[in-house]
Design a protein around this ligand. Structure first.
Ligand code: JHZ
Length: 406
């Protein structure tokens, strides 16, 4: 295989998490008797352009045509995206003449925020079921993958864009060259691209290896992103570290001839990356070594509980839990059920580990002794809404970034 950015074919694999099913391929009851398909899950490093990427790419159609992830399920996320739209609208003086295009717009969570500032909006979302939810929410949405056709259709319907956003979707794109060229076509001369991606530096520093799954083809640092945009005559003029998914990077890019002035953040973040060694394979090899101790610690914590005859449930069935549960061998042997509030997941079973996903009332019907918070990135929100159980003696385990029991 060759590097997605620079085509180098001498990529260094540094971590394999085995073979796992697709992270969001939750199973209906009638499929439980069938064999599940699983795919190699391993990551490698390109020593030329510094991109970390999966060694094996599953076709996008298999992952995103029908999707169970609905962004607005989490209150923390609703607030995050409302704030992001507000900040961009204010900082770049967007108004009713402006156009914001969101790629991978899901249920319209971000575009709803732009609409509050009277900005014209349109989303592009490949999952028909989720695009339908967005339309029902009043967010105009093209159902399809973002490519040349979608870009042309947007220009025909709405004109060129002031801002293109891509939150939690750029890492999912295989042909990022095509993506960049289509964004350039879509943007006005002075338009901007705002990308939010899980930040590899956070993944490494916080050991949040569970965000490695087949949907995430690339694991970016600012160094690799800057190398990428340079190749497309684009420049990153600002970058911010933000909280989502245990640490993400929000990156602002413009065409080379755009007028936005570069702030000091880019230089500072690049310097920090140099200091911690993101250009060196050693950093990734050390990270890989530590992944096994995270697994051992979590397993011995859960085994200790089960050995005392106590019960454990899960809270949240995020995509990342497919990696954590499968890699750690945590199935029905540990978790009786997993609570999730997304109606599209309730009634299904987790990929590979086949744990039933149920609604929150299960905690009343079958009160566990412990709850493992699998959506650990929303631990605060989940702890707040489950206070009544901690009042009744239920203990909560947060597996990452540090294993804690509350
Ligand atoms: P959450 C998604 O990953 C998928 P996931 C995607 N591929 C991606 O790239 C990343 O985002 C970035 C539930 N929950 O957001 C909802 C409750 O039930 O961490 C979700 O199922 N009650 C686009 O799936 C899950 O937890 C609650 O109160 O890892 C959270 O999933 C809260 C807060 C969450 O993303």
């Amino acid at each position: 295989m060759e590097c997605r950015i620079c085509r180098n074919n001498d990529l260094k694999e540094f971590l394999s998490l085995g073979k796992t099913p697709l992270a969001n391929s939750f199973l209906p009851k009638e499929s439980l008797s069938l064999k599940e398909e699983s795919f190699p899950l391993a990551v490698c490093f390109c020593q030329d352009c510094k991109l970390v990427q999966l060694t094996y790419v599953v076709p996008a159609e298999a992952m995103f045509k029908n999707y169970v992830y609905v962004s607005s399920t989490s209150g923390t996320f609703r607030a995050h995206f409302a704030r992001m739209a507000e900040d961009i609208s204010k900082d770049f003086n967007l108004d009713e003449k402006s156009l914001a295009v969101d790629v991978g717009s899901n249920d319209g969570i971000l575009l709803k925020g732009f609409k509050r500032f009277n900005v014209r909006t349109i989303g592009v979302e490949p999952a028909a079921n989720v695009a339908k939810i967005a339309e029902e929410n009043g967010v105009e949405t093209i159902n399809g993958f973002f490519g040349k056709d979608a870009a042309k259709e947007i220009v025909a319907r709405k004109g060129h864009a002031d801002v293109v956003t891509a939150a939690n979707v750029f890492a999912h794109v295989n042909d990022i060259d095509d993506f960049a060229e289509n964004v350039k076509f879509l943007l006005k001369k002075d338009g901007i691209l705002v990308i939010e991606v899980q930040y590899l530096v956070d993944t490494i520093e916080k050991m949040t290896f569970d965000n490695i799954y087949h949907e995430h083809l690339s694991y970016f640092t600012l160094t690799s992103l800057a190398n990428f945009f340079k190749r497309h005559e684009m420049e990153i003029f600002d970058a911010q570290r933000v909280d989502s998914h245990g640490g993400s990077l929000r990156v602002f890019a413009k065409k080379n001839n755009g007028s936005h002035k570069a702030g000091k953040n880019v230089g500072m973040i690049l310097k920090h990356e140099q200091e911690i060694g993101v250009e060196d394979l050693k950093l990734y090899r050390e990270f890989a070594g530590n992944v096994y101790s995270v697994r051992e610690n979590l397993k011995s914590c859960l085994e200790g509980i089960k050995n005392k005859g106590m019960s454990i449930a899960g809270y949240g069935a995020p995509a990342k839990s497919t990696t954590l549960l499968n890699f750690c061998g945590i199935g029905r042997n540990f978790l009786d059920y997993i609570v999730d509030e997304n109606p599209l997941k309730i009634g299904l079973y987790t990929p590979g580990t086949r744990i039933p996903v149920v609604g929150p009332d299960a905690l009343d019907k079958k009160k566990p002794d412990y709850v493992l918070i699998l959506a650990w990135n929303f631990a605060e929100e989940i702890l707040a809404k489950t206070k009544k159980y901690s009042g009744k003696g239920v203990k909560f385990i947060i597996p990452l970034p540090e294993l804690r029991t509350i």
